[in-house]
Design a protein around this ligand. Structure first.
Ligand code: ARG
Length: 463
């Protein structure tokens, strides 16, 4: 036997235990304890399979099953004493199992390794998060749909370059985000389907000579099939990277909307009023109501992008198969997952509670010559002008209005005719913002009739 202070799990060839600094850099228990329930689920599946294959006796497997349940309940109730000397969740669980059931615990690790164990635990953990993301995204989409429905025909300015472009409907703007989050949802589902294969039984890297049944453990853990190559199974973390990529894209969508809410809730815009429940005050300026939740979503997104890049960097230089570098995968994913879920929930809460200020939106929609394109289109349609000429005439009319300090609908017919003699009073019909949005009935356009069709479709999808 080696020195007593060497590691009880792998210390056979070691005469001395690790230096304290070695222990500190090596241990992952501080964070991988979050995978305790996945680790125990993996061990239970493995133990049952070992018995079914005659590799351990039924009574040993039963002892393992009961012991693992005891350990799980100790962890869940907070009684479990995690040990840094035992490095990680896998060895913490196994060591405690030994204390609880004695000798049979030593047979649990037959035909497996921590390498396939950690790959399995982590896949299960990420899979749970993908499922949670589905709920979070769907809840947010429902909140956006409710806003869209309430203001399907409210007019507001549509922007390009953050300059007034053309009037759009509030419903259309909300539904734009429904489309974005729906694509995030579909990316989540794709990622889940691709990652749902079991690494368990790949053992350290080469498979095992024990007659294990990988189909059985895969099925017990809800995987679609065992992974086909043991080297790949223990050494890739692309499923975690795909999770982070999907999270990053979704976080980018959240951040853009957060930015809009920050702008829209300002005193200069007043497009929306955020609820007290999702705002904070200032300790010095009594009038302030700050959109902190939106700002924090915008900021937290940086951590999610960072996690994606960090794990890419960890992985890019690693030869097959497992390297300890991979232990650095988990904190990035845990942090990104926590913040993505929080951002989704905070956005859902803000959207549910916020009030669109219809009158302000409408007043802003009419300002800034937002119906200039409608005027140009009228010149094309009614007077038969080529679009380029119509564009030029309209530009002159905008300049005239600017000079007079008024908006396009406030110009008189004489003013209009001074620029182009053939203009008639009908032109005023298209200069109103409601007529403008109502006219944009092309598929995907902002007309309330089109927006309501999309709302109905999505309501059906989301149930
Ligand atoms: N804590 C390790 C990790 O997170 C578990 C796998 C350790 N494997 C090994 N060969 N040392 O990656």
């Amino acid at each position: 036997m080696s020195d007593k202070s060497s590691n009880q799990m792998w210390g056979g060839r070691f005469a001395a235990g690790p230096d304290a600094i070695m222990e500190a850099i090596n241990a992952s228990i501080g964070f991988d304890k979050r995978m305790a329930s996945q680790d125990i689920a993996g061990s239970r599946a493995h133990a049952a399979m070992l018995a079914a294959q005659g590799i351990v006796t039924p009574s040993d497997a039963e002892a393992m099953r009961e012991g693992l349940l005891t350990v799980l309940s100790e962890i869940e109730t907070g009684e479990f004493a995690f040990s840094t000397a035992l490095e990680d969740i896998h060895m913490n669980v196994e060591a405690r199992l030994k204390e609880v059931i004695g000798e049979p615990a030593g047979r649990l690790h037959t035909g497996r390794s921590r390498n396939d164990q950690v790959a399995t635990d982590f896949r299960l953990w990420v899979r749970d998060q993908l499922d949670a993301a589905v709920s979070g995204l769907e809840a947010l989409m429902r909140a956006l749909l409710a806003q869209a429905e309430a203001g399907a025909d409210w007019v507001m300015p549509g922007f390009t370059h953050l300059q007034t472009a053309q009037p759009v409907t509030w419903g259309h703007h909300m539904m734009a985000y429904v489309e974005m989050f729906a694509r995030d949802l579909s990316r989540v589902r794709d990622a889940r389907e691709r990652m749902n294969e079991s690494p368990l039984g790949a053992a350290a890297l080469a498979g095992t000579s024990f007659p294990i049944d990988r189909e059985m453990t895969a099925e017990a853990l809800g995987f679609d099939r065992p992974m086909a190559n043991s080297l790949d199974a223990v050494s890739d973390r692309d499923f975690a990277l795909e999770f982070l990529s999907v999270a990053s894209i979704s976080a980018m969508h959240l951040s853009r909307f957060a930015e809009e809410l920050v702008i829209w809730s300002s005193a200069q815009f007043r497009f929306v009023t955020l609820s007290d429940r999702f705002s904070t005050g200032s300790s010095i300026m009594p009038q302030k109501k700050n959109p902190d939740a939106a700002e924090l979503i915008r900021a937290k997104v940086g951590r999610i992008f960072g996690a994606n890049v960090a794990l890419m960097m960890v992985m890019k230089g690693l030869p097959l198969a497992y390297s300890k570098d991979m232990q650095e995968d988990k904190e990035q994913v845990f942090d990104a997952a926590d913040n993505w879920m929080l951002a989704l929930a905070a956005m859902e809460g803000m959207v549910k509670d916020m009030t669109g200020n219809r009158a302000n939106l409408e007043a802003a929609a009419s300002a800034g010559f937002s119906t200039a394109t409608d005027l140009a289109d009228w010149l094309v349609r009614t007077l038969g002008l080529p679009f380029r000429d119509a564009h030029h005439v309209t530009g002159s009319l905008v300049a005239l209005a600017e000079q007079k300090g008024c908006d396009l609908p406030d110009l008189s017919l004489e003013d209009m005719q001074s620029v182009h003699a053939a203009i008639t009073a009908d032109v005023f019909d298209v200069l109103g913002v409601h007529n403008s949005v109502a006219s944009r009935t092309s598929f995907g356009g902002t007309a309330p009739v089109r927006v309501r069709e999309q709302i109905a479709l999505w309501k059906e999808v989301l149930g």
